[in-house]
Ligand binder design. Structure first.
Ligand code: ATP
Ligand code: MG
Length: 263
């Protein structure tokens, strides 16, 4: 049977780049020819449809699919990415869950599994919000790889450590990895922010990728453009390849970042 890579992107800390990393990774996997299903599971504050430039084409959401209001074909938005196929499933509002009529959060994993099967996805990427209920349910019943996103700030490193502990207690078989996002080498070298080794050591999670700081990211995200070139795209491509099991140097294709880092 076909193997599907099931990746959850998470952190208990808000604003660390979970959605940015999810979108960049989705573009990287799709750019290498994979069929990617990207789901926005941030039910409190969904953002991916804006970052993907897909809000005009978003008619239905995951809850509509779960309650039979629409089918898989109608809920998914196709995002054009060179070489591959990126299918996006929009998030409902958190109020859609629970109550007498609404579906339960516990039913989300099987809905995602059915959707992934229907579209024959090679890779499923699940973007979550800074809360524990949704990632917990997905880690219990669906995800295999968990990417914990941290910046260089002490608070996000601490949140990464706590997040990894919580999710591992839910499912000890998870492959939990750290993605260091928004990495600013100048601040690290000036000792104004934690360096790479410090982030990895303090978070105590095996690192699978380092995504550099890039001033253009907030601007292109606001314009609904995916990072498909530049340092963030290159770092996401390296990360995607490592998740697939390849050995890729940490800063392959990421300008001259490697030479600048002092360990
Ligand atoms: N590598 C980067 N370089 C520069 N800016 C970045 C980078 N990654 C993320 N950002 C910016 O940081 C902000 C937060 O990113 P993002 O929305 O992806 O975080 P999040 O963890 O998904 O937030 P939330 O917890 O609200 O869901 C955005 O303005 C984004 O453009
Ligand atoms: Mg987000």
């Amino acid at each position: 049977m076909k193997h599907t890579e099931k990746i959850l992107v998470t952190s208990l800390k808000g604003g660390v780049g979970k959605s940015t990393v999810s979108a960049a990774l989705a573009a990287a996997f799709a750019g290498s020819g994979s069929r990617v299903l990207l789901c926005d599971l941030d039910f409190r504050a969904r953002s991916l449809e804006l970052m993907l430039g897909a809000s005009e084409r978003t008619a239905f959401n995951l809850c509509d699919l779960m309650t039979g209001v629409c089918d898989a074909g109608a809920v998914l938005v196709t995002v054009p990415v060179q070489a591959g196929l990126l299918l996006f499933c929009p998030a409902p509002d958190e109020d859609a869950f629970g109550g007498e009529e609404g579906p339960s959060l516990d039913d989300v994993p099987s809905a995602i599994a059915d959707l992934a099967k229907a579209v024959e996805a090679d890779v499923v990427i699940l973007d979550t919000g800074a809360e524990s209920a949704t990632p917990g349910v997905l880690c219990r019943d669906y995800a295999e790889t968990v990417l914990i996103v941290s910046e260089q700030s002490r608070t996000s490193i601490r949140a990464a450590e706590i997040t990894a502990g919580k999710l591992t207690r839910i499912n000890e078989n998870l492959d939990v990895r750290l993605v260091i996002n928004d990495f600013d080498v100048k601040l690290a070298n000036k000792k104004a922010r934690a360096g790479l080794l410090e982030v990895i050591d303090d978070a105590a999670v095996r690192c699978v990728g380092v995504i550099p700081h890039d001033d253009s990211i907030p601007l292109i995200a606001d314009s609904g453009i995916l990072p498909t070139f530049g340092p963030v795209a290159a770092a996401a491509e390296n990360t995607a390849r490592r998740i697939k099991g390849e050995n890729v140097p940490l800063f392959k294709g990421v300008g001259n970042l490697r030479r600048k880092i002092r360990f």
